[in-house]
Design a protein around this ligand. Structure first.
Ligand code: GCB
Ligand code: CA
Length: 898
């Protein structure tokens, strides 16, 4: 309904609008803080170029880039990725209204060290690739003309952590760069890269809470000024709750420290991962007379308290609370670490949707976008600095560690999500490998203890509201050396059933630790197994990189963590498949222990966690999206039975194939597996489960009573008995020496697991399985060549007469290669020898003496095709060593003529 406005009403209305407008226009917007990114229009040169600091330098030939940027996308292809210097240049022209302002330059991250020049003058250096730095650049700038900003970045420095570790040390300015302008009176913006305001909750309970706000105000003007400092606290719904006002007098050049506390806030809305209630703290600096706003900062805070207990685990707001965590690295193949904020936020949403309530921000401080999302989505956090594997003697290293620790704490202090700070990861791992004798080891341990002690002191100086932590590898040496006594809580990175031992070694280790150190609060700070979508197994085993072993491993670990009361929680290693240039394995340059692939597509195992952790929605996922190209050996016309797994949090699930029900089965450990008869070429799987609404009451709008999932699969049967009819159009490809199916993502062909020869069928004769984790060159199908059958006598196919194409795959893996540092407890089984062998086929010589390492080199793929006319009812290959051993890595048979 529209009413006419009478004249007087109209007048009032006009006045209100005019006043509002004039307030908007006249309010001295430019008097406040202005902040903007300068990510565009940069010039970049990979390499050293000291002349580039000069403003007259001509950078025309350099590349045009924008930030975020890294020069290390090479690390996804080269082990020896570029470690050195890179230069960035850009012009800055200041807006007119910045003339009287104090101007600050902030680099959110430049790895590892940055030296900054303005108009040819060195304005300072920052050491540390994962924390921000801020400089007051006012006195270096000239108004009304372009100023030259040149930044030299270096990712080769060995006096800055990390110096060792299983991840790529990407170089570049890979986060935002900001310019900020403030009036002469402002908060201290050069406090270790923080914005100079520190908020905590000194008192907090269900009944009442208070907020403390600390900070510094600077008067950069040559005159004294009268100011007002105002803190306004807003409730999560945005309503104003409290205002504190303080008049101040600042002398010219004075820095004034304040520390204020609110009056009690009654019945605060607590912050938890399930209810991430955030209160807003707005801190304003005003001119006392004109009331003009000079500077303002906005932060969120949350009311929560917590406790880690050696006997009964973690407590949030007084209640037992299991930490359902993951660790997160920050890169994304192929773009490296130059991620946009929305990419970081996407990761946080994916983790939250999975049901996680805790993140170990590993192994270094990450983008502010991550911390913001921890607060807003509700995710408790552990953040750490990257001191990994060993403490070097390098001078300056300890100082850089200390500085990075202070920076991390000050920059992220205000985030209520953070509960613990960490500063060392597996610090004795490489230490013990490097220093073999007692005499060498002793000073290294002393150095490590001294640095730990120093950092612990700094941590407590900086923050008394959180606890300190470290992550250890599964060795008692941390207890024996006293390192485990330094921090408040301890994290164990445990890989029993992966790098060595068996799965049950995991719970045994935890039990022993708890028995010997019952007061140590413990987190399982890492556990994980690698997986490669191309590899699948019906008999998964450690280090085969099959999707199925990763599932098996996690299905063992998670219930132990969940059901052991003294374990505070776990942080799965790692959320993503991340870049680690030194790594070989099935996907060189990638550590593939992720729950999501590098492009963030969830692996099936993501849904195992979701089923276990989400209580508010029904979860039902056919865990075969990673395995939709299925093959199996078919006897006659009988359907082939293949397992199909489902992850669900429902009590029971029914599965259908092509509309036929296979019945209902009970779900245990969020898992149920059906033996499914496959016969059609493109079967459709359909799963369904019933649930009761009240079980998922948190999701009010969830109306259904049953939930479904469907999946189309491709199925190629492989006849057990080969005859002329079924051999037509078939490529019989076998992954010799392996129990895994391997599907090449280049050709789409699936190579079958190997089998011993039986009459009427096909398979190997004699020999034993052997494998390597080393990279295989010359191929994208590495895993196929990493497994072989050694000392093999023969390979036989019972097939009819005709012309065949036969292809043999070889890679000589019998050369000692260095064992990478991350291979805990694993010794290379290789030895040096020259291998050559003869091959005959149906009694005729095929190769007199073939030496794969001579033909293509050790660890290089060699493929050889032959056409043969088979006059028998079989093809029988025989191998005979002429030197060393004989082996075969793969074999493929194709009938050429009808
Ligand atoms: C660890 C390290 C981590 C590695 C991980 C692995 O214990 O802390 O940096 O990436 O193991 O995958 O081996
Ligand atoms: Ca093989």
């Amino acid at each position: 309904m529209k009413k006419d406005i009478n004249a007087s009403q109209q007048k009032v209305f006009q006045w209100v609008v005019a006043t509002a407008l004039s307030l908007f226009i006249l309010s001295p917007l430019h008097a406040q803080r202005e902040t903007r990114t300068i990510n565009d229009s940069w010039k970049f040169l990979k390499g050293e170029c000291t002349a580039a600091s000069d403003s007259a330098f001509n950078d025309k030939e350099w590349s045009d880039i924008h930030l975020p940027h890294t020069w290390n996308t090479d690390s996804y292809t080269e082990k020896d990725y570029y470690r050195g210097t890179g230069w960035y240049r850009r012009q800055i022209t200041l807006p007119q209204n910045w003339k009287e302002k104090q101007i600050f330059l902030r680099l959110d991250a430049a790895s590892k060290a940055a030296t900054i020049y303005i108009n040819g003058k060195n304005i300072g250096e920052h050491t540390g690739g994962y924390t921000a730095c801020t400089f007051n650049i006012t006195s270096f700038l000239t108004p009304n003309k372009p100023n030259t900003l040149a930044i030299r970045v270096d990712n080769a420095r060995m006096d800055i952590p990390p110096i060792s570790g299983d991840f790529t040390f990407f170089g570049g300015i890979y986060r935002d760069v900001w310019l900020t302008a403030v009036p002469a009176q402002h908060f201290n913006l050069t406090n270790h890269g923080s914005d100079g305001i520190f908020i905590s909750t000194p008192q907090v309970s269900e009944e009442q809470a208070t907020i403390s706000i600390r900070g510094e105000i600077k008067n950069d003007a040559p005159v004294k000024t009268a100011l007002e400092l105002i803190h306004s606290i807003y409730k999560p719904d945005g309503t104003l709750l409290q205002t504190l006002k303080k008049p101040l007098q600042l002398k010219p050049g004075e820095t004034y420290a304040f520390h204020n506390e609110t009056s009690p806030i009654l019945h605060p809305q607590l912050w938890t991962p399930e209810t991430p209630n955030l209160y807003r703290v707005e801190t304003t600096l005003r001119d006392k007379k004109t009331k003009a706003v000079l500077d303002q900062s906005n932060h969120h805070t949350g009311f929560r308290w917590f406790r880690f207990d050696g006997k009964s685990g973690f407590f949030l707001n007084g209640k037992p609370y299991k930490l359902h965590g993951i660790c997160r690295h920050q890169d994304q193949k192929p773009i490296g670490v130059a991620l946009t904020d929305e990419m970081h936020r996407r990761d946080m949403k994916l983790m939250k949707e999975m049901g996680a309530n805790f993140i170990r921000i590993s192994h270094y401080p990450q983008d502010d976008a991550i911390l913001e999302m921890c607060d807003k989505l509700g995710m408790l956090a552990w953040e750490e600095i990257p001191i990994i594997d060993i403490v070097p003697e390098t001078s300056g290293y300890g100082d850089n560690c200390e500085r990075n620790l202070r920076e991390m704490i000050r920059q992220h202090y205000n985030h209520p999500s953070i509960i613990t700070w960490g500063y060392m990861n597996e610090i004795l791992l490489v230490t013990q490998r490097t220093y073999k004798t007692e005499a060498e080891l002793k000073p290294a341990i002393e150095r490590t203890l001294a640095l730990a002690g120093r950092l612990e002191k700094v941590l407590k100086e900086e923050d008394t509201t959180r606890v300190s932590t470290m992550a250890f590898h599964g060795s008692n040496s941390y207890n024996q050396t006293g390192i485990s006594k330094v921090t408040d809580i301890v994290g164990w990175n445990l890989y029993q059933g992966w790098y060595g031992g068996d799965l049950t070694g995991f719970e045994k280790f935890l039990e022993e630790q708890h028995r010997d150190y019952p007061t140590h609060p413990m987190i399982v700070s890492e556990y994980g197994a690698g997986s490669d979508k191309r590899l699948h197994s019906l008999t998964p085993r450690a280090f085969d990189f099959s999707i199925e072993y990763q599932q098996k491993y996690l299905e063992h670990y998670l219930p132990v963590i969940e059901e052991t009361p003294y374990i505070c929680g776990g942080t799965h290693w790692n959320f993503i498949d991340f870049g680690s240039a030194l790594r070989d394995e099935s996907m060189p340059r990638i550590n593939n222990k992720g729950l999501v692939y590098a492009d963030r597509t969830p692996k099936d195992v993501y849904y195992y966690y979701q089923a276990a952790w989400r209580k508010d929605i029904p979860v039902l996922h056919i865990a075969s999206r990673d395995w939709t190209y299925r093959t199996g050996i078919q006897k006659g016309n009988a359907p082939v039975l293949l397992p199909v797994k489902i992850y669900s949090n429902l009590p029971e699930v029914e599965l259908f194939i092509d509309g036929k029900s296979l019945g209902k089965k009970r779900v245990e450990n969020y898992t149920v597996t059906f033996e499914v008869p496959f016969s059609s070429k493109e079967p459709f799987l359909f799963a369904q489960g019933d649930y009761q609404m009240k079980a998922f009451c948190a999701q009010e709008n969830f109306q259904g009573t049953s939930v479904q999932d469907g999946l189309g699969v491709h199925f190629t049967p492989i006849p057990a008995q080969l005859d002329a009819r079924n051999l037509k159009d078939m490529e019989l490809a076998i992954n010799v020496g392996s129990k895994c199916f391997f599907t090449s993502d280049e050709s789409g062909l699936t190579w079958l697991p190997d089998q011993p020869y039986t009459a009427g069928s096909w398979g190997y004769i004699g020999g034993k399985e052997q494998d390597t984790k080393a990279e295989i060159h010359n191929t994208a199908d590495g895993p196929l060549f990493q497994t072989l059958r050694n000392d093999l006598e023969g390979y036989r196919f019972d097939v009819p007469k005709g012309v065949y194409e036969i292809e043999l795959l070889f890679t000589d893996i019998f050369r000692q290669n260095a064992t990478a540092a991350y291979l805990l407890d694993r010794n290379g089984q290789q030895e040096n020898r020259e291998n050559a062998f003869s091959i005959s086929i149906n009694g005729k010589v095929l190769e007199e003496s073939i030496s794969p390492c001579k033909e293509s080199g050790y660890f290089h793929a060699l493929r050889k095709k032959y056409y043969i006319t088979n006059e028998q009812e079989y093809i029988d290959l025989r191998f005979q060593a002429t030197s060393g051993t004989c082996f075969l890595n793969g074999i493929k048979l194709r009938k050429y003529t009808n």
